[in-house]
Write a protein that binds this ligand. Sequence first.
Ligand code: NDP
Ligand code: MG
Length: 386
Amino acid sequence: MKKISVFGATGSVGINTLNLLLLNKNLFKVVALTAYNDYKKLAKYAKLLNCNYAVIGNKKYYQSLKNELNGTKVNIIAGEEGLIEVAQLKTDIVVSAIVGIAGLKPTFETLGKTKVLAIANKESIISAGSFLLNAANKTKTNLLPLDSEHNAIFQIFKNEKREYIKDITLTASGGPFWKRHSTNFKKVTIKEALTHPNWKMGKKISVDSATMVNKVLETLEASILFNINIEKINILIHPSSIVHGIINYIDGTSHMIASLPDMKLPINYALNWPKRSSSCVKNLDLQKIQHLSFYKPDYNKFPSLKLKNIICNSKYKKSNIIVLNASNEVAVEYFLKNKIPFIDIVKNINKTIKLFKHINIKSINDVINVDKQARELVANIIEKRI
Ligand code: NDP
Ligand code: MG
């Protein structure tokens, strides 16, 4: 039996993972499940999967979780230190699916204690990229991306030499506003921004998809994970999200991965890697689909896409990336609280990157400090305007 822990178990990626585990109870022993607020969902799955530890990040809900799990053998822990504690337990696989930079410390802590780190938490990859990858290499931890585009590239990449790769294409559905006229962007409501056409995801990534900041994060994520220059990573609008990632080779051949848009596929791939097993998701029926369409992204309609160039041209790339990520997280929170309009998300990211006193990032502590300062700066910028 494979020992597994799931961080961010109550989220969209987390629940998809747990449902796959429920279908394969004889193959996996669940060590730890973690959540932040949702103690009820955590308790429900802790019981269903008979896990050893249930961790609630928000200490406020410790007693409530305890009550829910009364009479079971599940060990209950609370707080950030609880997340770190269970991250140190020996496992075969860890699913890192906490949203945002909050996932960084627990994810880092699992390196060397788990054999496979299946990582959805893209904010940690882009902010702490080289440190995370070096630590994974040093501790011989296999890093498997869960983000669908990166999982696709991972599946193709392993068979080929890097020198044969001309460039990489990540597809983008275009989000809920691909067809909306940009003059109407001012009126975007929270509900509209959260209604993704193809994927059912957590709130933060849904807003990121609507602004298309998600594709910028994903470009950086791919560049770090596959050690490819950012300039060699292209974005292509593909509204049906059937093709996920494409590698173009120097000889004119392209390899691409296609499937129905369902996160169970990349998660199931990681859970079974290097083997494959049924995920209960159907194969494509190409006769039924008939057409696949692809379009050039509109940089004027989605100014977030220009952030890629800002990063490419910056002297302090790593610092710029951390600031981009942190200011986006904070601006999205403000939008979700109805405190700033949709179009101000990207405006505030740009302002924060511009005003921040960037430094040379030399350590994981630098990452944490720059992230913290960027959060303070963007909050100040927003509050002053309110
Ligand atoms: P959700 O918002 O649905 O879930 C987030 C999870 O993290 C929940 O379990 C939540 O707990 C927990 N959490 C939130 N804040 C904290 C915190 N401060 N400390 C500890 N735990 C916390 O997110 P998604 O599942 O959509 O996304 C998770 C990650 O995966 C993100 O980085 C996202 O970009 C990435 N990703 C997601 C995809 C998707 O299809 N959803 C696709 C590709 C990547 P609680 O429920 O208690 O609040
Ligand atoms: Mg993705």
